[in-house]
Design a protein around this ligand. Sequence first.
Ligand SMILES: Nc1ncnc2c1ncn2[C@@H]1O[C@H](COP(=O)(O)OP(=O)(O)OP(=O)(O)O)[C@@H](O)[C@H]1O
Ligand SMILES: [Mg+2]
Length: 258
Amino acid sequence: MSDQPLLRVSGVSKFYGTRTGCRDVSFDLYPGEVLAVVGESGSGKTTLLNCISTRLMPTAGTVSYRMRDGRFRDLYRMGEAERRFLMRTDWGFVHQNPADGLRMSVSAGANVGERLMAVGERHYGNIRATATDWLGRVEIGADRIDDQPRAFSGGMRQRLQIARNLVTGPRLVFMDEPTGGLDVSVQARLLDLLCGLVNDLGLAVVVVTHDLAVARLLSHRMMVMKDGQVIESGLTDRVLDDPRAPYTQLLVSSILQV
Ligand SMILES: Nc1ncnc2c1ncn2[C@@H]1O[C@H](COP(=O)(O)OP(=O)(O)OP(=O)(O)O)[C@@H](O)[C@H]1O
Ligand SMILES: [Mg+2]
């Protein structure tokens, strides 16, 4: 891992009127590092993820990102066009519901190819070859390249969404409950696939999950949220094996009893 962070989050808060979404969250994320954000429903995980990925304007705090030229830029002072370019190329965002991250009425190949075109690829043959390659990497057969995602199962859609996000070689990927709406056996395979890709590509990831097994398998470090605040953070194995905050102890033990 490099000695410079990729993402710097400092004092991020988001209030919805009088309700707290998240409050005073700070952390650094390093290249190749996977950070899991865990906590019960309503603890502010999605709010935080949206604030740090520029999908939602925080009420307070700053988020800066180290661009490919090595310079840190404040994400909320960047122009809209530049921010959009970053989101299309350097970043990925995997939604819990694949329909939110895919174009459902264009083919699987086009869903992947579109992102390549956004980074300047124009050659049809190259686009199709790369799309086929990426479909293979997420275990979708080449014979499905012209099918629309609406003809895919939930697990296939999620794998397609992952291919669409990774094809541009992003440095940072945000994921909100990537294995959320899937049945258990499909979840396990998808998680396996994700672990492999994240390791192979050396991706930095912020993954939101309420599933501690996902955090255990995928992440190096984790943050536990409650009522919008981070109540514990540390290396994943340390937090799960030796939780310090009473709430984390409860969270860990309630999962173990299942
Ligand atoms: N658009 C909104 N308007 C008002 N309040 C909101 C809005 N979005 C979220 N909240 C509130 O902010 C708090 C945090 O919600 P958030 O969606 O970030 O939680 P979460 O940890 O992602 O929960 P889940 O695990 O259920 O997805 C909750 O109290 C929620 O009701
Ligand atoms: Mg959420």
